[in-house]
Write a protein of this length. Structure first.
Length: 102
């Protein structure tokens, strides 16, 4: 194998593997998304209502931590009995570092 063919083979392999490595790195940087359906069920509200009451993340930015009191106030349209403590518990259980699925 000549030096030129070795360089060509290396460049080809590098070109084929770079997108795979970039995709894997991007997937590792994104945290898992919370199960909005489960959270809504735990709070006794519709998933659409829950989504509308949570702050939306800005593209490319880390989502802000929801204010449980504001979220609870918004959710009262679907569940008048909901408390800030319940919202705080569900958000904590399903947020980063929470015990998802428990």
């Amino acid at each position: 194998m000549t030096l030129t063919s070795k360089i060509t083979a290396f460049a080809t392999a590098l070109a084929l593997l770079s997108p795979i490595a970039a995709s894997a790195q991007q997937q590792q940087q994104q945290p898992p998304r919370p199960d909005m359906g489960k959270m809504a069920a735990d709070l006794g509200v519709s998933e659409d209502t829950l989504k509308s009451c949570l702050p939306r993340p800005t593209e490319g930015q880390r989502p802000e931590r929801p204010d449980a009191a504001k979220v609870a106030s918004c959710l009262k349209a679907d569940n008048h009995a909901i408390t800030t403590a319940e919202v705080n518990e569900v958000l904590g259980k399903n947020g980063p570092g929470g015990k998802r699925g428990s």
